[in-house]
Every structure is written in C-alpha cells, then in structure tokens.
Design a protein around this ligand. Sequence first.
Ligand SMILES: Nc1ncnc2c1ncn2[C@@H]1O[C@H](COP(=O)(O)OP(=O)(O)OP(=O)(O)O)[C@@H](O)[C@H]1O
Length: 603
Amino acid sequence: MQILKRLWPLYRPGLPLVVLSLTQIALVSLLGTAQPQIIRFVTDLVLENGEWQYLVPGALAVIAVAVVQGGLRFGQRYTMEIVSTRVVAQLRAQVYSHLQRLSWAFYDRAQTGELMSRVTADVDAVRMAAGMALVNGLTHLGTIVAVVVAMFLMDWRLAIVSLLFLPLLVHAIARFQAGSRAAWSDVQARTAELSASLQENIAGVRVVKAFAREEGEIARFRTANDAFQAANLRAIRVSAFWTNYMNFLTAVGAVAVLWYGGRRAMTGAISVGTLVAFNAYVTQLAGPVRMLGMAISHFTRAAASLQRIYALLDTPVEVADRPGARDLEAVVAEQGTTAAAPDGADPAGGDGTRRVAGRVTFEDVSFRYPGGEAVLQDIHLDVAPGMKVAVLGLTGSGKSTLLHLIPRFYDPTAGRVLIDGVDVRDVTLASLRRQIAIVPQETFLFSATLRENIAYGRPDATQEEIEAAARAAQIHDFILSLPQGYDTVVGERGVGLSGGQKQRIAIARALLTDAPILLLDESTSAVDVATERHIQKALDRLMSGRTTFIIASRLSTVMKADLVLVLEDGRIAARGTHEELIRRDGLYRRIYELQLRPVEEVV
Ligand SMILES: Nc1ncnc2c1ncn2[C@@H]1O[C@H](COP(=O)(O)OP(=O)(O)OP(=O)(O)O)[C@@H](O)[C@H]1O
C-alpha cells in the first residue's frame, strides 16, 4: 500500500490515458460475455426451433465481436504501455540520480553488481507489472466479474451451483500469491548475487588471471548459478502447481454445470441454449483465472523489486548540501578573504568563475569510518594559500583519509575543516569541489576520447585549452603521435595507456580545472628516468601557485615541500621542513631511510 502511494505521483500525469485504458478494459470485459449469449440464441432459435435464417447473422455477430474486441485489446495495451514506460523511465532516472548523489561511505559498502541489478532487473520487473501485467490483470478481473454477473442474470440457481468452486479458487489465489512472493523475492536476490559475482569477476579479471584462479572463479560462479537455478525452479514449481490447481477447480465447475444444468434443462426450467452458454462461460473463466494468477505473480515480483528500489532511494546521502547552503566563492567573497591570492595564481579562475585563495585549515579534526576505530585524531593544521604540504606516514596511518576530508568525501567525526575560513559543510558540494583538483594514485579513464577524458572536469573547455593543459602535463606529443590524436578512444580504465601516461592524463585533467587547491597522491609505480622527468615537470607545473597536499613518495617532492607532515596512527607525529625533520632522529628519519631514499636512487 505504502509502495502504491509512492508510485501514484508518477502515474498522475498520465491519468487521462489510464482512464482511457480502463474504459477499454471494461468494454473488452463486457464484450467477453457476448459470444456465449449469441451462441445461446442461435442454439435456441436454430437448433430447437429450426429458424435457420438466424444461423448466418449469428455467425457474423461472433466474428464482429471478436474483431471489435481485438481492436480494443490493442488500444488498452498500447495506452497503458505509454503510461507505464513513462513511469518506469522516471523511476530509473530517480535511481540513477540518487546513485550520483550518494557519498563515498555508501560506495565503500555497496556491491557494484547488486546496484546494477537494482537499476536493470528490478526496474524491469516493475515495467512488466506496471504495463502488461496491469492491463492483463484488470482485463481478466473484469471478464470474471462480467461473466459471473451474466450467469446470475440467466439463471441464479445454476449460477450458484456452477460457481461453488469460486471460494476455493479465491483461497488458491491467496495461497499462490503468498507462495510466489517469497519465491520471486528469492529469485531476485539470487539474480543480484549472480550479477554481482559476474561484475566483480570482469572488473578483477587481471587479478584472476595473474593468480591462475580461473577454475576457482568458475566453481564459485557455478555455486551462485546453481542457487539461482534452484530458486527459479522453486518459484516455477509454486506457480505451476497453483495455476494448475486453479484450472482443475474450473473443470469441477464445468462438471457442476453439466450435472445440475442438465437436470434443469430436462425439466424445462432452462433452455438448452442457456445450458450451452453456461458451459461456455465456465470454460471461459478458466483462461482469465489462470492469467490472473500470472499477473499476480508479476505484481508480487514487482512489489519485491519496488521495495528494494525504494530502500535504495531511501538510503540517506551522508554528505549532502545543507539546506540553504551557498556557493563557497560567494561566501568567501562576502567575508573578503580572497585578497591573498598566491604568487602567479590568477584570482579569477580560468573559466571566469571566482577562485578562492586556498587557505586550508583543520581545527581539532578527528575521524573514524562508520563502525571503525579512530583513523584521524586531533588534527590541527593551517596551510596558507599556495603552500606545498607533503604528507608522509607508514601505510594505514591515515594519509588518504586526511586528504579526503577536504573535498568532503567524508565529514569529520569531530572538529572542522575550513577553506578560506569557511566550514566546508556550510557550502554547496559542487562549489567546494570546483575549487579542488585531485590527482589520484589510480587514474580512472572513461571509455571515451582522450579529449573528453582530459576535459572531464570542464566539458566546455576549448581545444586550445585542452592542448595547453596536455602540453603542460607533458602528454601532448604522445597524444599527437597516436593515429587518431585527441580523438583516440581509450578502453575502460584506460587500457592501452601506460601507468605514467595515464597519470599525465590525470594531471592534464587537473590542470584544466585550474582549481586553487590540489590533492595529489604521488604514484609509487616505477617508471623509467625519462618518464619520471616528464612527470616531475608536469607535477611542478601543476603545483605552482596552488595549495597542494601531496602524499609523497619521492624525496625530491619532500625536499621541495614548504611543510612536511608525518602521520602516525592518525596523529601528526612531527611537522617541519625536510631539513628540520631529518636532523631529528624520529619517525621521519625511518621513513626517509625506508621509503624515500630508495625511490630517489632508482631515479
Ligand atoms: N573506506 C574505508 N572504510 C573503512 N576503513 C577505511 C576506509 N579507508 C581506509 N580505512 C582505514 O583507515 C585507516 C587509514 O587509511 P588511509 O587509507 O587513510 O591510510 P594511508 O595512510 O593513506 O595508507 P596507504 O599509505 O596504505 O595508502 C586504515 O586503517 C584503513 O584500514
């Protein structure tokens, strides 16, 4: 019920069409009762009384009814399908846009394949129910009602006897409904499991092959596949048993007609034509009843799917715009803190929007992942615009997490993160993220052209701007060397490009957004000396004039940094410049010995 209430607003705009379809359904149902009546007349007049002139008109009338019914059936189905495809398209769009809004914390827990199945299989189940099943279900219901009424109008005694099976039928429908709901919900869950397994396997195919785990993966998939098959068979069993049981009950009805109707016809209480018509009606009930069963199973399936879809739509967006949140640029401009633009930085952004200065402040920030232990504790930090901060620490010390709090991928559990003195939670996410460029360790490239990939953050960028960014990122010459140049389509995740090339595409992407704050996860992947020099140049260009947080793995980066932070178990264990820190005999020295020097020596 609750579900229908939520679905209703989607149907409302198509109300006139729904009414039209319902009218057609009513007419089809009424016409369904006409044929046995014609047969009744023909039987009584032609066979009993020998009035042969009624035979041909009777036959023609049967054909006419069938033709009109066919036209109406087409109309009812088509009109309802217009409404339902529209409803389902809106539902799908709602799911998709909610998926865009959901935050990192949600995707940490989510399974990609399961989400895909939500958008495809579940939405499809709703489409089936909202269109075809709805029309068919209502038509069958209408036919049943019309037939029953016609029977009572002809002879109520015979009607009661021949419909004695009806309560049993209703009971069977109810049992069927309950059984198939459970069975289909199981099938849907298994479908999701199967597609999750498939998706994960495809995404991780390189790992699978590297570890020669194909056989293991096949076995794992087979288990999921078997479970899916078993669930499906269970659902079919439930469906097959109850629909056939319902058919059997209808046959019992036909026997009742023959037995009791035959006696009444012999005593002359009803005409032979009436008996024939009754028999036609009872057999006519068999089809709609069985189909109604099928429609019900579609509905129960759709109800289960809708429940899952709404559960997803109801998942709260953990990191969202506050009501009335304003753009960061506007708030900063109002406070008048934009004055201190860094050297060389253009206070007006490349695309003409205002830029903030780029002061980043952490005030007593602590953070824990949901259900986890504290990952960051008491972080106190004030980074002036244009400063380069190198973040170091052993693995798992919280370096990435620290960076992820700035663009609000997560919100701190305690304390505040400020940009130019403004709490990042007080401004719109879009305006906040416009001010931040990110170069992650793993570059994700979309299956699109290199041009589109570079311009991902600024789709309106001109070819000149894209080329300028690529040139600064030291990747322009390489792109030109490809036969299709900037129009080269890269495969999913950028297959076809080397790690160093992908990283430079990411740098070009960040350069093009021209944001005053830069978050950089320096790749540790080993590259040759020439590539390393290219990347260094590209990075230097990118960092210039921007407040930069860099998870550093190269000594050269650390030496150039204005401030080095050493994280230990989520706390800032030491801070200072490389020179200051190296003189102390602490964690920094250890990291320097273990992590930084070797990389430098390779290069
Ligand atoms: N999405 C997450 N959900 C739950 N816990 C997480 C998540 N991401 C990281 N953690 C945990 O938080 C801690 C800090 O992780 P983080 O990735 O910030 O460390 P790091 O210093 O960047 O590590 P590395 O150098 O290995 O990349 C780790 O103990 C990790 O297990």
